[in-house]
Design a protein around this ligand. Sequence first.
Ligand code: NAP
Length: 259
Amino acid sequence: MSNRLKDKWALVTGASSGFGAETARQLAAMGANLLLGARREDRLGQVAAECLERGAASAHIHKMDVTRTASVNKFADWAGATAGRVDVLINNAGGAHGVERVEDGRDDDWEAMFQSNALGILRVTRAVLPLMKSHPGGIILNIGSIAGRVAYEGGSAYCASKAAERSITKSLRLELNGTGLRVGTIDPGMAETEFSMVRLKGDRAKADAVYSGVEPLSAGDVAEAIVWAANRPAHVCIDEILMMCTAQAAPYKVCRVEE
Ligand SMILES: NC(=O)c1ccc[n+]([C@@H]2O[C@H](COP(=O)([O-])OP(=O)(O)OC[C@H]3O[C@@H](n4cnc5c(N)ncnc54)[C@H](OP(=O)(O)O)[C@@H]3O)[C@@H](O)[C@H]2O)c1
């Protein structure tokens, strides 16, 4: 497979764990330069060190919170000063908070999901686009979810925030037509990362139960799809990828084999 990512500048949000960290590691193995952001700076530092070991051309970290415009703008200024350009933007930061039905839903959970999963993508893209527009062939990949396509009980706000991601991706694809920039969405189903611990507020037993009796996607599986899409030639845009583990046919249809 041709390597079109060597020496390219890739910016990954939510690079401190899960899909974002693994995407950074796989981009590193392709010889990319990395600009990594998230709120946990110590974890970003660990990921950056691993990226350098794996062959990254360079790996830079900066703390950022996608729910705050000032933080995002500061991060983009830092990216501009560090790299002067961005070729690959991976809008990955986000997650789910809570599994309550609407009648029991909490404002802070709803707001956190829309802030990161929908508004965060808008903010980061607005701030980073000036670093991409003069470089045709660049690519923006947003991380959506099966939840953005199929609603399920207890997922109203998460599903809606990911449906918003899908619409944002489509609008951007239209708006950037003619610039040479590509835009796509990678939509995974169930994957084992820190996602369920965050969603279930640190309840380890409940988080483990999500993956019980099933082999879910790994962060590596999803990162492979992200990096493959980013590595297509400049005239090829992967508009969307929907991927689930074999045992999952819908958010609510998972075949579990209990021992
Ligand atoms: N795992 C799944 O089953 C699954 C399926 C479909 C889609 N997704 C989506 O995939 C993306 C990555 O999730 P994951 O599974 O890799 O979960 P994860 O392991 O919990 O990683 C989430 C990442 O997002 C970062 N993040 C969260 N809120 C942030 C904020 N306000 N500002 C900056 N960074 C923030 C976290 O870093 P800090 O905490 O250090 O800020 C972390 O690096 C999310 O958008 C999620 O909705 C996950």
